[in-house]
Ligand binder design. Structure first.
Ligand code: DX5
Ligand code: ZN
Length: 226
């Protein structure tokens, strides 16, 4: 297994939305990416933030934004997040009938392109699309809410993706999202994930930066032992 250094991406979904800039600064210097969950109350029942908040937040931090769009019609909205300076824009496979074409548009707009696979979606039909993407986000819960319990069985998709990525020498981050915490990150890393979203485990902690460092240590230990 060839795995690059781990990316830890705190999810601001678990932060205090009234103090977003402050909450983001609390993980600067410790985190690699800031995970921004955009939910539209259609693709998922929940509703969070959209482009205006992302634009304002972009000016408040140097951290690269990892935007996770849980929205219908990503074709219409995703490029706006690339234009707003997102480092990576991930949209859901279930919401898009031509993922490769949207990935091209995102790359043309200067962002990395990410494909997300929800809990009930098999990975196999998407493996051949991966050369068009920079990130593959595999949900380890059902998308929509933070604070849910990690589903270990979904790591089979991570293993399948890791085999495919290594066999094809693809440059692709395999990201896991949902229930990632000190007691689950090692199994996700051992399965082949190299980017880890953590909401509750970071912003629910007394010291968010320390929580990020701890998660990174655990992920790297698990990978070193793989
Ligand atoms: C849920 C979001 C996640 C969420 C994870 O659909 O995509 O990014 O913030 O939260 P935790 O880490 O609390 O499971
Ligand atoms: Zn997310």
């Amino acid at each position: 297994m060839t795995v690059p250094p781990s990316i830890i991406a705190p999810s601001i979904l678990a932060a205090d939305f009234a103090r977003l800039a402050e909450e983001v600064r609390a993980v600067e210097g410790a985190a690699d990416w800031l995970h921004v969950d955009v939910m539209d109350n259609h693709f998922v029942p929940n509703l969070t933030i959209g482009l205006p908040v992302v634009q304002s937040l972009r000016a408040a931090t140097e951290l690269p934004f990892d935007v996770h769009l849980m929205i219908t019609d990503p074709r219409r909205w995703a490029p706006g997040y690339a234009d707003a300076g997102a480092h990576n824009v991930t949209f859901h496979a279930e919401a898009c009938d031509d993922p490769v074409s949207l990935a091209k548009d995102l790359r043309a707009a200067g962002a990395k392109a990410g494909l997300a696979i929800d809990r009930d979606t098999p990975i196999e039909p998407y493996l051949e699309l991966l050369p068009s993407f920079d990130t593959l986000l595999i949900m380890t819960i059902k998308a929509g809410f933070g604070g849910q319990r990690f589903i270990p069985g979904l790591l089979d998709k991570v293993r399948a993706a890791r085999r495919h990525v290594d066999a094809g020498h693809l440059e692709l981050r395999i990201e896991v999202d949902g229930g990632i915490a000190a007691d689950t990150i090692e199994q996700a890393a051992a399965a082949g994930a190299d980017a880890f979203v953590a909401g509750t485990a970071v912003y629910g902690a007394e010291d968010p930066a320390e929580a990020v460092r701890r998660l990174r240590g655990l992920a790297e230990r698990a990978t070193a032992g793989a």
